[in-house]
Design a binder for this molecule. Structure first.
Ligand SMILES: C[S@@+](CC[C@H](N)C(=O)[O-])C[C@H]1O[C@@H](n2cnc3c(N)ncnc32)[C@H](O)[C@@H]1O
Length: 243
């Protein structure tokens, strides 16, 4: 059994976010053609993919490395009655094969870190039409001098930085920043850490006396506890930009 996926792959979202935040970011994009094509990179279980479909009249391509995630995105879209405008692709975001300038918008919530922020923005540029848009959520420090526990939370992602530093990267990679906003703590808890806590409780009973399972549960509990203690120091922010 993949214990990691049993916890992280069974949550409503695979990272912080909410329909409201997806909508807010989408609304900051000036008007799009009726036939617009949007690429959602690292779509996960597809909550934001479906919210994009609800809010645009064109099509959305959901891309993820894991077929399980693509299956969940398709199921979400079918449930919402928007699957006729959804395309999906199981592909590594590091090796995307779309033709140049394929998309009016490229979206990525909680997933560009897999490429790194700067490398990711550079990589996405090729696939956005000239004058098209990129909207990504990315980890940011909210206060200077974060304590050790906040740094430990992000130990696997060295690129977490201030909003100003991220905006500099946006400009350096050749985009025009349009807007940005910070996620509230509820975006981490409502659809992510609260359901994760409930999932941990279910699995604890079923997985007792298994060392591999215990290690996954330990790390998940530690992540939640560090978040609850240090969430004043960091969050995700949405960055919306034009190519
Ligand atoms: C933190 S989750 C965010 C998912 C979704 N956007 C959300 O906010 O719920 C990151 C997603 O990126 C996917 N992913 C990780 N590495 C990837 C890669 N190299 N190429 C494509 N997708 C990848 C994971 O499978 C996962 O679904």
């Amino acid at each position: 059994m993949n214990y990691f996926l049993e916890i992280y792959g069974k949550l409503p979202r695979a990272g912080p976010g909410s329909d409201e935040l997806t909508r807010r970011a989408f609304e900051s994009i000036p008007s799009l053609p009726d036939t617009s094509r949007i690429l959602d990179v690292g779509c996960g279980p597809g909550k934001q993919t479906v919210e994009l479909l609800r809010n645009c009249s064109g099509s959305v391509v959901g891309l993820d490395l894991l077929p399980e995630m693509i299956d969940r995105t398709i199921a979400e879209a079918e449930l919402a009655g928007v699957s006729d405008r959804l395309e999906t692709v199981v592909q590594d975001m590091k090796e995307m094969t779309f033709p140049e300038s394929s998309f009016d918008v490229i979206w990525s919530e909680g997933a560009i870190y897999n490429l790194g922020f700067e490398r990711g923005l550079n990589a996405l540029k090729k696939f956005v039409k000239p004058g098209g848009y990129v909207a990504v959520s990315e980890a940011v420090w909210l206060k200077p001098n974060p304590p050790t526990g906040a740094i430990e939370f992000w130990q696997d992602y060295p690129e977490v930085d201030t909003i100003e530093a991220k905006l500099d990267v946006v400009k350096r990679t050749g985009y025009e920043p349009l807007s940005y906003f910070v996620f509230p703590a509820s975006a981490w808890t409502d659809s992510y850490y609260d359901p994760m806590e409930r999932r941990i409780a279910q699995c604890e009973e079923a997985w007792s006396s298994n060392a591999d399972a215990e290690a996954v549960l330990f790390e998940a509990r530690k992540e939640i506890s560090l978040f609850r203690k240090y969430s004043d120091y960091f969050s995700y922010a949405f960055f919306i930009m034009r190519k």
